[in-house]
Write a protein that binds this ligand. Sequence first.
Ligand code: COA
Length: 365
Amino acid sequence: MTNTTNPGLEGVMVADTRISDVDGERGRLVIAGADVEQLAQTASFEAAVARVLDAGATRALAVTPATLGAARAAAWELVPRLGDALDQPDGMDALRAALGHLRATGEPGGAAPYGDDPAVAVAAIGAAPVFVAAWSRRRAGQPAVAPDPALGHAADYLRMTLGRAGSADRVRALDAYLVTVIDHAMSASTFTARVIASTHADLISAVVGAVGALKGPLHGGAPGPVLDMLDAIGAPADAEAWLLGELAAGRRIMGMGHRVYRVRDPRAAVLEQAVRPLHSPRLELARAVEQAAARILRDRKPDRPLAANVEFFTAVLLDAVGLPREQFAPTFAVSRIAGWSAHVIEQHRTGRMIRPASRYVGELA
Ligand code: COA
């Protein structure tokens, strides 16, 4: 007897949360009380970080652009002491190894066994862009660029990556991206973080585990392959034949489908709009490929709506902003580390150890 599904876990509530909510039928994402469309248009990444952390803690933690800037500066001091973490060819492996260097717990015998969560959270959120940008530069054979704590998080991340200031349009688009993907209810990586936190392990252990969960192509690893797909298709007229070939070969179309949404992922529209001012030559192709993919998948699976997910336009946006495709998944982590941290704080504050069950389908003696 085989068990290829996970019926015991599907849809099971593992936490009460104030951080975000996904309505997959209506295509609605609420982040700490605000619709994602509204948040992406009105909030900076720093404001969104404050919002999710405050929601997890249920009090104002006073996270500001200055505290995140100081955290980036503190992380920069660590860069020479990261051993070979940033030599890893994969950015997610590099980020996982580098984050593992952050101080995990408070002083022994401190108030909480896992340390001062808000302070550790800010350190981790500040460190992620510094480590990812330093990895990206090293990969390109260039020296790392020190953070400028006076800049906004998105502007500094782009500057540390490119080695020069990004244009205002690019910074705005990247900021909108970081806000849009900051949290998404009980995604696989967030669940991972909460499981780890639920054992009363520290926040760094939880976010390091979450990076591992995000790495896979079914979760955060999809946007690089989406860009590969757009390159391989080349022109709208060739979309259908290419997509049919992929399906015939038994492969999935990257950037399409979602475990929760039964309509188009609302973040796809937010990112599609955010990328418009950058006049990306890939945008028109992406729209055509999305339409062709939706049509083909509808014909094949009339009972299982499969529409574009967030990764489809993530690929177009991050490419237009100027990031190399190998940096797409780590950039997702640069944002989502804030959501994970909020969930860890909430889990430590309210949660019980998460211990799902498995169904034994093996032999009996
Ligand atoms: N392309 C082609 N077929 C797809 C598909 C895709 N992108 N997504 C789902 N399907 C098919 C499956 O093959 C399955 O068919 P089957 O019943 O004949 O086996 C059916 O639709 C149901 O898929 P299922 O695996 O139950 O969906 P899921 O909820 O587990 O998958 C994803 C959700 C996101 C993992 C899946 O849609 C996917 O792999 N998408 C591509 C990767 C991606 O874009 N990831 C980023 C997510 S934000």
